[in-house]
Write a protein that binds this ligand. Structure first.
Ligand SMILES: [Zn+2]
Length: 345
């Protein structure tokens, strides 16, 4: 087995809707009576711009039509990641579009939970869920979602959902507008994170930290433009779940992986981890993410092992579980034959 696949990993930034196999997209479209721009699954996930990516992301979201579909995509997302070293994931789902079309949050969470539990039994990977607010649907839809989620959890209906996040379009949206939703979620016992500084400046990260009380930052690239914010986030050990290949392929922030600040973020002392974001849509897996970043940024095997172990610290597992998982990771790493030289970029 390739060392980068064998390396045990935590993943904290992966959208289940971005992990749907092309062949499943075709089958879901057929099942739900929807037409696709192409019948060739390999042609689906090709983009020439962020907008063409979002068109496909929304198309795939719209094909997940009932509880069985959620179960299927939840199951496949874990089964596909397991051979590439995934051991524990906290996975996003973004139900705004589905709720607006009349699906129930209970059915969505039930389906995902069933699928994930099935995959956990088969692979030994563990997975918790993070419910994301879609910023594009506005603050009141966000608040309504959180109120539903918190009451579902109170009635024991959403045990697998441990956190609240927020994603989708960042420009022109003030994070402060979502403070009431994050407040209800926090008081309801959910952990809090948000996409920030992916497509906007460092001030958006600071605002999310201050106004939404998040304990983790999704992407957070813009932090490198603000030295005092780097100091603050480093001191507080606030994790950043970074997705370098996605930032090149989807957000078009950098022309080449070689230009990505991931290594500089870590050298600045930040707790920055590696993640795939939307693996099926960008032909990625965690092994490939680690391998390509190591090669492009010249990171040694030891550095990559540190990234893997930092994933445990950055997770929302409790301290006892973190110690156990870290011990298991260290034992697994000791068994891996390191790659002789970093592959060339
Ligand atoms: Zn994302």
């Amino acid at each position: 087995m390739d060392a980068y696949d064998a390396l045990p990993k935590v993943e904290l930034h992966c959208h289940v809707e971005g992990a749907v196999r092309p062949s499943t997209v075709v089958e879901l479209a057929r099942k739900n009576g929807r037409s696709l721009p192409t019948d060739d699954p390999t042609e689906l996930y090709r983009y020439d711009s962020l907008n063409s990516f979002l068109d496909i992301f929304w198309l795939v979201q719209s094909l997940i039509a009932d509880r069985d579909d959620w179960e299927r995509v939840g199951y496949e997302s874990i089964v596909d990641a397991a051979p590439h070293g995934l051991r524990y994931r906290e996975m996003f789902f973004t139900p705004a579009r589905h709720l607006a079309e009349g699906q129930s949050l209970g059915a969505i969470v039930d389906g995902l939970t069933l699928g994930v539990e099935h995959a956990e039994r088969e692979t030994g990977v563990r997975c918790a869920l993070i419910c994301d607010i879609d910023r594009a649907f506005g603050p009141s839809a966000g608040l309504e979602l959180v109120e539903q989620l918190v009451s579902l959890r109170r009635s024991g209906g959403a045990e697998a959902v441990i956190g609240l996040g927020m994603d989708s379009t960042e420009r022109g949206v003030d994070p402060r507008d979502f403070a009431p939703a994050f407040d209800v979620a926090g008081r309801g016992g959910l952990k809090l994170t948000s996409h920030a500084g992916e497509d906007t400046g460092a001030d958006n990260i600071a605002t999310a930290l201050d106004a939404l009380s998040i304990s983790r930052i999704d992407h957070g690239l813009a932090i490198m433009d603000d030295f005092s914010l780097v100091e603050r986030v480093r001191e507080a050990r606030i994790p950043l779940d970074v997705c370098p290949n996605s930032n090149v392929l989807i957000a078009n922030k950098y022309e080449r992986l070689e230009d990505h600040p991931f290594r500089r973020m870590r050298q600045a002392g930040l707790l920055a981890t590696l993640n795939t974001d939307d693996p099926a849509m960008t032909d990625l897996d965690l092994g490939k993410e680690y391998r390509s970043v190591a090669a492009a940024l010249g990171m040694s095997w030891d550095e990559m092992c540190e990234v893997s172990l930092d994933g445990v610290e950055a997770s929302w597992l409790d301290e006892g579980e973190k110690r156990r998982v870290r011990g298991a990771f260290e034992a697994a790493i000791a068994e891996i034959e390191p790659p002789e030289v970093a592959a060339s970029a």
